[in-house]
Write a protein that binds this ligand. Structure first.
Ligand SMILES: C[S@@+](CC[C@H](N)C(=O)[O-])C[C@H]1O[C@@H](n2cnc3c(N)ncnc32)[C@H](O)[C@@H]1O
Length: 279
């Protein structure tokens, strides 16, 4: 059976389905901690952060506990509700430091600037077309102070996920439904659109009574050099790669790529002019 190819449009149902069950999200990524430490350290140098795709606060809450004010934007209602529930269990001080609003990262305009703007854990993989990516980068430029930093991270495309055996089913270990406690059989079907560079992974959960749920996750695949060019030609400069969140040189096997950049200053040469050499 081939997995259905997603339309791949920012904010569509397939781009948000993976975030419908925050308890499952929390459990699935409970071992992912290195990125939290990375962003908490970065935020330590500033007093305020704007986080695109704040989700249920996996990164925002640890930042707020360290005294940083966090403004977050996210489109998923379930994730934002879960963030609210988590905030209710925090101290008054931490609660006061986090402000989250529901909106599309391509559109929300806050009318103020931040020294640190972040888009952690594959947030931009939910932007599929050039127009969507450029609209988001325009919002980042509007919200970043002149001396500020924009930091994001993406999963580096894995050749095995993009290979020709699209539609093949991979069986994973059984999972427990975090709400009912039921043990469910778990499998994934991968489909890759090599032209639009969109990977769709359909997770299938099957219960005892043959009931099943399919949850798609559509992610644009960004190759590092492509992302560097997109950032550069959208007004960012001083672009630095930090493979797997370390500032050490890239290893051969890189899972996540953190990217740091700044706004290109008005005095810097226009990128197209810079490329032309005079002899
Ligand atoms: C992988 S999660 C990352 C959440 C959080 N930053 C973390 O590290 O756990 C991606 C987040 O992006 C949000 N998202 C997807 N498309 C969006 C859009 N168009 N505008 C705003 N948020 C979006 C999802 O709802 C989800 O919470």
């Amino acid at each position: 059976m081939g997995a259905a190819r997603s339309v791949g449009r920012a904010g569509d149902a397939a781009s948000l389905a993976h975030y419908e069950n925050p308890a499952y999200y929390q459990r699935t990524y409970s071992k992912r901690k290195h990125d939290i430490a990375y962003y908490v350290e970065l935020a330590g140098a500033v007093s305020e952060v704007l986080e695109y795709g704040i989700g249920n606060g996996r990164i925002a809450l640890p930042m707020a506990r360290r005294g940083v004010r966090v403004t977050g934007v996210d489109l998923s209602q379930p994730m934002l509700r879960d963030l609210e529930a988590r905030l209710a269990r925090e101290s008054v001080e931490v609660r006061a430091r986090v402000e989250a609003l529901r909106g599309d990262m391509r559109r929300v305009r806050l009318g103020r600037r931040f020294q640190l703007v972040i888009a952690p854990f594959n947030v931009i993989l939910h932007l599929y077309s050039l127009a969507e990516i450029e609209a988001f980068f325009a919002r980042v430029r509007e919200h970043l102070s002149d001396d500020g930093e924009f930091v994001l991270d993406v999963s580096v495309p894995a050749p095995e996920d993009l290979s020709g055996d699209s539609g093949r089913r991979y069986k994973g270990p059984p999972v427990r439904d975090p709400e009912t406690g039921e043990t469910l059989r778990y499998s994934e079907v991968f489909a890759y659109d090599p032209v639009r560079q969109i990977l769709t992974v359909v997770a299938e959960f099957r219960g005892k009574d043959r009931q099943y749920w399919r949850v798609p996750l559509t992610q644009r695949q960004f190759f590092p050099a492509e992302l560097e060019a997109l950032l550069y030609y959208n007004g960012f400069d001083d672009i630095r790669f930090e493979p797997d969140f370390a500032s050490a040189p890239a290893a051969t096997d890189v899972d996540s790529l953190a990217i740091r950049c700044r706004l290109r200053q008005a005095s810097a040469p226009h990128p197209q002019r810079r490329a032309v050499r005079k002899y």
